[in-house]
Design a protein around this ligand. Structure first.
Ligand code: T4K
Length: 402
């Protein structure tokens, strides 16, 4: 019976890799028809009908007046930083994808990292307060894993110090904070539609805001600073969304209720399947929020599970379950920030480091079946149960088919 695990000599539970981040493509035929129509129109980019429709639908979903669709969220964040006049230092949580920090540095701004609330994974406004200096011009918060950040406390903090407040909402389209859709918090939010996001446009992003002036500035800047009559009114770059991306994004967005229901179903199956596995706990959103469940995350308590997080990841990889450790090791422990801790992380960030060492993102989305989820839960249960018998060497050899 012990040999049922691949690390103990059994066959991998999955013949094909079960990835975190496998793209959702709910109606491929519809996407192709839309792309064909765009080719027939000979209108492929530059605010075509599909990207305009996408912007309208995103603004509606985010509950805001303005949306500027872009080629990805990273460029969206860069343009936002420039359009909003951020400079000096900007406070950002370290426990996030590296793009949150890099986009600031790319714009010549110093990201200064703050710690998180370990219970939510989101920015801790009290810790953020401690890293604000007279050079700070803004806060870039993140709705981590699609779980809304503490927006009320951040509003207060930003107002108290006269700072701009923006959100990196790459994970959070479709989530709601106390009934209010993510998208309308702070001065603006930036969404991602990368292939691995549950709503995807191959690559894509969007800025959403109720600030007309900011939306106009971002719209100019994402089109070389040119207005509708092609007159140049500011510095700018090229960050436009193509009609191919919008065809995918629009179709994906039309299926958002279905995709959230699939993710929520998987979340419930994981919750039931992992209940009672010692040392394994499923991260839960605030019950007052609705979330898109695009990241389903467990924590491994090494002492209680009898096995460390990286070994669980390796044992799952041997079964062809290819998980991620979002967001280990934290931006402050990554190049180039790790070279200058006094500048980027003036205070210790113990909670970011501790959580980063415990988490695993598990497969979800429409490419994953309920039976797959049940198998992953069974595997995690067996890995914990058989932990003392798993030789260390089995966990370090190359595993999985990637
Ligand atoms: N802010 C935050 C908080 C973010 O999380 C992100 C992006 C951004 C900003 C920037 O947004 P964009 O500029 O990308 O719009 C992924 C994504 O590449 C990245 O977009 C995302 N965050 C991050 C959280 O996850 P990785 O390192 O996990 O893996 P990646 O992209 O190599 O793919 C993961 C797995 O997904 C692969 O092993 C296989 C599968 N996959 C991936 C792709 C691209 C597929 O099956 N098909 C595919 O087409 O970064």
């Amino acid at each position: 019976m012990a040999a049922d695990l691949a690390v103990l000599g059994g066959d991998p539970a999955f013949r094909q890799p079960l990835h975190v981040g496998r793209p959702n493509i709910p109606e491929p035929g519809k996407v192709l028809r839309r792309i064909e129509a765009a080719m027939d129109r000979r209108w492929l980019t530059h605010f075509g009908p599909l990207s305009r429709q996408f912007e309208e639908k995103i603004a509606e979903a985010a509950g805001v007046r303005y949306c500027v669709a872009m080629c990805n969220a990273s460029i969206g964040l860069q343009i936002l930083a420039r359009a909003a006049g951020l400079r000096g230092e900007v406070v950002v949580p370290s426990f996030t994808f590296i793009a949150s920090a890099h986009t600031l540095l790319w714009e010549g701004i110093t990201p200064v990292f703050c710690d998180i609330d370990e219970s939510t994974g989101n920015i801790d406004p009290d810790h953020a307060r401690h890293v604000i200096t007279d050079r700070t011009t803004g806060i870039l918060a993140v709705h981590l894993w699609g779980h809304p950040a503490p927006t009320e406390r951040l509003d207060d903090l930003a107002a108290e110090h006269g700072l701009a407040l923006f959100y990196d909402s790459a994970h959070a389209i479709g989530s709601k904070h106390h009934g209010r859709p993510v998208g309308g918090f702070g001065g603006a939010e930036v969404l991602s539609f990368h292939a691995t996001k549950f709503i995807n446009s191959f690559e894509g992003g969007a800025l959403v805001t109720d600030d007309e002036g900011l939306a106009e500035q971002v719209r100019l800047m994402h089109n070389y600073g040119r207005g509708t009559g092609a007159e140049v009114r500011s510095v700018g770059t090229n960050a436009k969304m193509t009609e191919v991306a919008a065809a995918m994004g629009l179709t994906s967005l039309e299926n958002m209720p279905y995709l959230i229901s699939v993710n929520s179903g998987h979340y419930r199956t994981y919750r039931a399947g992992l209940a009672g596995v010692p040392g394994i706990s499923l991260r839960a959103p605030d019950p007052a929020d609705e979330v898109n469940h695009q990241y389903i995350v467990i924590e491994v308590d090494q002492e209680a599970a009898g096995i460390d997080r990286d070994s669980v990841v390796a044992a799952l990889a041997a079964e062809n379950v290819l998980t991620r450790t979002h967001f280990h090791p934290g931006c402050h422990r990554t190049e180039p920030y790790v070279r200058d801790p006094a500048r980027h992380a003036p205070l210790p960030l113990p909670r970011s480091e501790a959580l980063g060492d415990r988490v695993i993102s598990l497969p979800t989305g429409m490419e994953v079946t309920t039976a797959d989820v049940t198998t992953v839960c069974r595997l995690i249960g067996r890995i914990v149960e058989l932990a003392p018998k798993i030789p260390r060497a089995a966990l370090s050899r190359p595993t999985g088919v990637i």
